[in-house]
Design a protein around this ligand. Structure first.
Ligand code: FCB
Length: 435
């Protein structure tokens, strides 16, 4: 049974999340080319060479989609804005249709009583900026702040909250070290630079928004519980390295003005000159902190260059992503983030959910959501200042390199007709979140 609204502290907020490239359809409305279009156009990078050209056609169907969010009983809708839709060249002249779209969308949320929780960047880097080195180029901090400013000049007055960048780990490590996401690099130097510049851009965007007088600004990082594959000292050290790269690098940059020693072991020769001087910008005041949580990983030591580890399969039941279902990890991260980094700052679970093949009778998703919400509630009962939970995702969408086959939605989307059909999980949450 899914914990009910009344089981949580007064004022606790529920919601659903999506992102622009995954749902809007970047072929529409004058959006510029993004590095995801280029990545997907390169054979072997995405399942079936699928891209976000049409996605869920949310660009045209946004009213129906906002009705679905409202029908869920959600308080908050976490959405993202596409840099390439607003600035097709990444800089310079804005696309009026793009700004109009986000303007309508935000008004549509307000008209339905939904709090607009914006993420400025959920991975659709304009191709002209990728040509200049993208996240490897320090100037991206300036370009990104300009984008934040142009966008917020139009919609900033009506946003409930803003996070500059979704999941810096994916922007940095997954995309430049593992090569699984655009731009598909496997290069340690590119990774170190991208990871530092992502944080710098986070800081400059926050400065730009504060200068406009905006409030309720935060950050969203993803977390994965790193468990040693065995209790050997080698595997334990390997899992500490994984934890430092995944779970500590970004939040320590933002809140402690430095990077973990375990990461500097690998990154020191590659970080851009003068990186130590950037923490005043990176460490901008935060009003809240968001955690995306899905799974745990088993980490084993491996010979070879830093970081010297590999992921090995674990024993727990898995989602259609092959990710182990490990709800306690969500409780543990909420408690750990508050204890080690953010203190009394409001925390939000900004993403959590599962890919499933079970279609509209998705009892497995209901069980996943129930188990994770119970862990959020446990953290809240212990006094961790967690103030909301937003599930991933409103509807089945473009799951990046895995294409459209991985289905995270509370609402099924027919790929041909684009018809939306709420699943059992949608109805179960709507019941639990009723006021
Ligand atoms: C997160 C991303 C989101 C989606 C889910 C499954 O890492 O933020 O776009 O891909 O995973």
């Amino acid at each position: 049974m899914i914990p009910q609204r009344q089981d949580f502290p007064n004022g606790f907020l529920f919601g659903a999340a999506t992102s622009s490239y995954q749902i809007e359809g970047h072929a529409f409305g004058g959006a510029g080319r993004t590095h995801w279009d280029d990545f997907a156009a390169t054979p072997g990078n995405t399942a079936g060479a699928e891209d976000g050209a049409v996605a869920c056609d949310h660009y045209h169907r946004w009213e129906e989609d906002l009705d679905l969010v409202a029908g869920l009983g959600a308080d908050v809708y976490r959405f993202s804005t596409s840099w390439a839709r607003v600035l097709p060249e990444g800089r310079g002249t804005p696309n009026p249709e793009g700004l109009d779209f986000y303007d309508r969308l935000v008004d549509g949320m307000l008209a339905r009583g939904l709090k607009p929780a914006a993420t400025l960047y959920h991975w659709e880097l304009p191709s002209p900026l990728a040509d200049l080195g993208g996240w490897r180029n320090r100037d991206i901090a300036k370009w990104f702040a300009e984008f934040a400013d142009v966008l917020c000049a139009r919609i900033g007055d009506r946003l409930w909250s803003v996070a500059p960048i979704n999941e810096p780990w994916c922007v940095g490590w997954l995309s430049h070290f593992e090569g699984h996401h655009a731009p598909g690099l496997r290069d340690i130097r590119a990774t170190a630079r991208a990871m530092h510049h992502v944080l710098l851009a986070h800081g400059t965007a926050l400065q730009a928004m504060r200068a406009r007088g905006m409030e309720n600004l935060g950050a969203v990082c993803n977390f994965e519980l790193a468990l040693p594959a065995t209790d050997s000292p080698e595997d334990e050290a390997a899992s500490r390295r994984y934890d430092a790269i995944f779970n500590r690098f970004f939040i320590e940059g933002m809140t402690r003005g430095g990077y973990p020693a375990e990461v500097l072991e690998g990154f020191a020769p590659h970080l851009p000159q003068g990186w130590e001087e950037d923490f005043t910008t990176i460490g901008q005041k935060l009003d809240w902190f968001g955690l995306n949580y899905y799974t745990c990983k088993r980490i084993a030591a491996r010979p070879g260059p830093w970081p010297g580890y590999a992921e090995v399969p674990g024993p727990l039941p898995k989602t259609d992503m092959g990710w182990e279902i490990c709800p306690e990890g969500l409780h543990d991260f909420l408690a750990r983030v508050a204890r080690d980094y953010t203190g009394a700052l409001p925390l939000y679970v900004t993403e959590n959910g599962m890919a499933s093949t079970s279609g509209v009778q998705d009892d497995d998703r209901i069980a996943y959501l129930a188990a994770h919400l119970a862990e959020v509630r446990r953290a809240a009962d212990e006094g961790v200042p967690v103030k909301g939970y937003f599930t991933w995702s409103l509807m089945d969408n473009y799951e990046w390199a895995l294409g459209y086959a991985k289905r995270f939605g509370l609402v099924a989307v027919d790929r041909d007709s684009q018809a939306r059909q709420p699943k059992a999980s949608y109805h179960a949450l709507a019941k639990a979140w009723a006021r």
